[in-house]
Ligand binder design. Structure first.
Ligand code: CDP
Length: 257
């Protein structure tokens, strides 16, 4: 493990053996663990551990809009509140939501809105609360991925799930799923999201330098990596319903005795 103090960045982001600092290959994802329905009070929820990121997403709605003046008479609204806990990063982050959190909330909302049928819910709101408990790069992507699962867990009609991840370039090489240090010390960082019902990219941000040929390549790497995450998302949703089915069957067989 490489120990980094404060904002000192390593000179190289690849080890002698050609692997990235955390031991991954260029196209390898960090370990991802997903759980659905983890919060009792929310209509739907998800928890994601993605590398060192730990994130909860809670969905409420459709419900009354507060403040009332935000309500739209012809459609529902989607409100996203992305927050990073004060203790989620090395330095003490201010507890009040800053500009970055407001921007990320807006981005996530823009990514998720196309998958919802908001026109069916006039005058109401869907609210998604995202809490980043531990952060290590790509939290907006992990949050979007978790939020789409929390919506599915709430039983909200959706066109499809959304998968998001950050890809980019470090020390001149293309890589998928940047870690915190790769995000900060790398050459380019591209958070992207894919909506699966139309196979379209619904988020593409870009910070850094890359030529068009590299851009084409990295987008194709991103799609391959996203489809692996999509499989994990579907497996996590299925697992929840299989567990419920098993519980019901157990209860039924207990009741028959
Ligand atoms: O998390 P994401 O990559 O979507 O957003 P970012 O603004 O590019 O931040 C990259 C990483 O920097 C975060 O995931 C955190 O690990 C770290 N960060 C931090 O240490 N302190 C902050 N106030 C904000 C971000």
């Amino acid at each position: 493990m490489v120990l980094l103090i404060k904002d000192e960045y390593p000179e190289k982001l690849f080890r002698e053996d050609g692997k990235r600092l955390d031991g991954r290959g260029n196209l390898e994802l960090r370990p991802i663990k997903i759980e659905i329905g983890v919060l009792k009070n929310a209509d739907g929820s998800a928890y994601i551990e993605w590398g060192n990121n730990k994130i909860f997403a809670a969905v409420f709605g459709p419900r009354e809009v507060h403040p009332h003046h935000l309500a739209k008479p012809d459609k529902g609204i989607l409100r996203v509140f992305y927050r990073m806990a004060t203790y989620s990063v090395w330095e003490r982050k201010r507890p009040a939501p800053g500009r970055r959190e407001k921007e990320i909330s807006m981005i996530i909302s823009d990514c998720l809105e196309p998958i919802l049928f908001l026109e069916l819910y006039p005058g109401t709101a869907f609210e998604i609360y995202i809490e980043v408990i531990d952060a290590d790069g790509g939290t907006r992507c992990a949050s979007t991925t978790a939020a789409s699962l929390a919506l599915a867990d709430a039983g909200v009609p959706m066109r499809s799930l959304v998968t998001s991840l950050a890809v980019g370039k470090i020390d001149g090489e293309l890589v998928v799923d940047l870690s915190g240090i790769e995000d900060k010390a790398g050459d380019a960082d591209l958070p992207i999201a894919i909506t699966w019902y139309n196979d379209e990219i619904s988020l593409l941000q870009f910070d850094g330098v890359m030529d068009l040929e590299e851009m084409d390549k990295i987008l194709s790497f991103a799609k391959d990596a996203a489809s692996k995450i999509y499989d994990m998302q579907k497996a996590a949703l299925k697992k929840k319903y299989l567990t419920i089915q098993e519980d019901v069957l157990k209860q039924q067989s207990g009741g028959d005795k």
